[in-house]
Design a protein around this ligand. Structure first.
Ligand code: N01
Length: 486
């Protein structure tokens, strides 16, 4: 039996362990289904994988890294950062690798969570779910996928053994992953067919190499890097005015994107096909200087004709044409609003978290749920962002969750948010969304099957930070744990 079980060892899980340790909670175990840590930054190893939020901001506030070699880091460096933080804060010993959590159920008799893993069952007083919103990859629901004769790779499970040199390659999808991978592989392959269902808005990339003397300055005078982090934070936060307060403001950025496209693609017909018809920001805004020029290459074709089916030899589009392919790359994203992890979590009376999500039952600050005592979720409902670093949101969630966990452990209590308080929070968040850019009409992975946006936080992030800065006893049911726990 442990005080706290954390599921997942990405940014969220590691951050939770470190913050709990700093607050004196020692009895912690982190269950990690893989053999190494890093979450999404371990899994996504496709060529060109990179964070589209600047690294000074996309890192823990308590663990700045003066050694970033680029202002927007590539995946290997972010993964290494997580390894270094794990060792620097001595939390590696807490991780149980290769422990796949199949079920997390609350036992009302003993007032404990039962975690069923492939290595047996564990009991925990508190649980922190840190499995990541973008962990469960989604293959396209196109008929015939299994008929394809060649290798099929999802971007989040890239197989570097598959040699793309001189191959006819197809990429399905034109989201954040595709925009990074397409320019990297285009020069290697014989031909590249990019199957676009909806074009993305793409802005110029500001990333650049960090000079050695800047790195030295950051190392010698940490305050300078901290100032840079603040500057980036407030610069990003300004864009909330367009995303949330007045989506018409996004027209300015749309013009920038159109100019970017016009500078990089000569053919007006091709430009037209690459131009979105929805308001910028409704789907994630992308940044790249190399994506558009890729379509000027002779070996690259943009296919906008809808896909009809996948066949043994390639992809058949609705106009009857067969695009013959040797390798198929699926850049088709993740299960987010229907994250399979939620199906494995059962609270009071056996209610599953997935049912809770499906029926849009209330959540408290995207972090805890009525009927799920002593359970906290990082990256939970309506804590996602379109404009800045999700690490800021996770650290905000941890401000609340760590205090709540400490209270539960210190008082031997079961703590869950009051239903009416959670209802009010959920209602307030939902009431803000229709007038934001995400309510302007587009299909995106932010919206669940009932048409509700259960992913995005529709406000400045500092308001979320303020809301989560402490544990409010008044907002929670605090009950004594059953005596049978001992
Ligand atoms: O996935 P996506 P992603 N037939 O869901 C298309 C983060 N991320 O992996 O738009 C044809 O965005 C789909 O088309 P449509 C970031 O938060 C961050 O690229 O639905 N096409 C779309 O084009 C991001 O938002 C970084 O019409 C199909 C694409 O596949 C999130 O991960 C880097 C289809 C899916 O795009 C997900 O990004 C990479 C079908 N059946 C990712 N099904 C950073 O830099 C789907 N599509 C931090």
């Amino acid at each position: 039996m442990v005080d706290v079980a954390i599921v997942g060892s990405g940014f969220g899980g590691l951050g939770a362990a470190i913050r709990l340790r700093q607050q004196g909670v020692r009895d912690i175990v982190i269950f990690e289904r893989a053999g190494t840590l890093g979450g999404t930054w371990r899994d996504n190893v496709y060529p060109g994988c990179r964070c589209d939020v600047a690294s000074d901001l996309y890192s823990f506030s308590f663990a700045p890294n003066p050694a970033w070699t680029n202002t927007y880091s590539y995946q290997p460096e972010i993964r290494q950062y997580l390894e270094d933080v794990t060792d620097g804060y001595e939390v590696r010993e807490l991780i149980e690798f290769n422990h796949d959590v199949a079920d997390v159920s609350f036992d009302e008799v003993i007032g404990q969570w039962r975690l069923a893993t492939n290595h047996g069952e564990f009991l925990a007083t508190c649980v922190i779910l840190a499995t990541g919103a973008l962990a469960e990859l989604k293959l396209p629901d196109i008929p015939g996928l299994i008929d394809f004769q060649g290798p099929i790779m999802h971007t989040a499970r890239w197989d570097h053994q598959v040699d793309l040199a001189n191959k006819r390659v197809g990429v399905i999808g034109t989201g954040a992953s595709a925009v990074q991978v397409i320019p990297e592989i285009a020069p290697l392959v014989e031909s590249l067919s990019v199957f676009q269902r909806t074009p993305s808005w793409v802005l110029p990339h500001q990333g650049h190499t960090v000079m050695d003397r800047t790195k030295r300055l950051f190392a010698d005078v940490p305050l300078v890097q901290r100032a840079m982090r603040y500057w980036r934070y407030w610069r990003n936060e300004k864009s909330v005015l367009g995303f949330v307060k007045d989506p018409r403001r996004m027209e300015i950025a749309e013009t920038m994107s159109r100019d970017h496209l016009a500078r990089q693609v000569n053919d007006p017909v091709l430009r037209e096909r690459l131009t979105p018809s929805y308001r910028m920001g409704c789907k994630r805004v992308l940044i790249s200087n190399s994506y558009y020029p890729t379509f000027e290459r002779d070996n690259v074709e943009l296919v906008t004709e809808p896909i009809e089916r996948i066949e043994r030899l390639g992809i058949r589009t609705a106009n009857g044409r067969l695009h013959e392919l040797d390798v198929l790359i699926s850049a088709t994203g993740f299960y987010v609003t229907d994250n399979p992890m939620a199906q494995k979590v059962h609270g009071l009376s056996g209610v599953s978290l997935a049912d809770t999500f499906r029926r849009d039952l209330p959540h408290y600050k995207g972090t805890s749920f009525p009927g799920f005592p002593n359970l906290y979720m990082l990256g939970g409902p309506n804590t996602g962002l379109g404009h800045t670093s999700v690490i800021f949101m996770m650290e905000s969630q941890l401000n609340y969750a760590v205090r709540a966990v400490k209270t539960a452990l210190a008082t031997d209590a079961l703590i869950e948010p009051k239903l009416h308080v959670a209802r009010r929070w959920t209602r307030d968040v939902q009431s803000k969304l229709p007038s934001t850019v995400w309510g302007t009409g587009c299909s995106s992975w932010y919206v669940n099957s009932e048409g509700r946006n259960t992913v995005i936080w529709p406000d400045f992030t500092f308001t979320f930070r303020r809301a989560t800065r402490r544990f409010s006893r008044r907002d929670h049911l605090v009950q004594a744990a059953p005596l049978s726990r001992d």
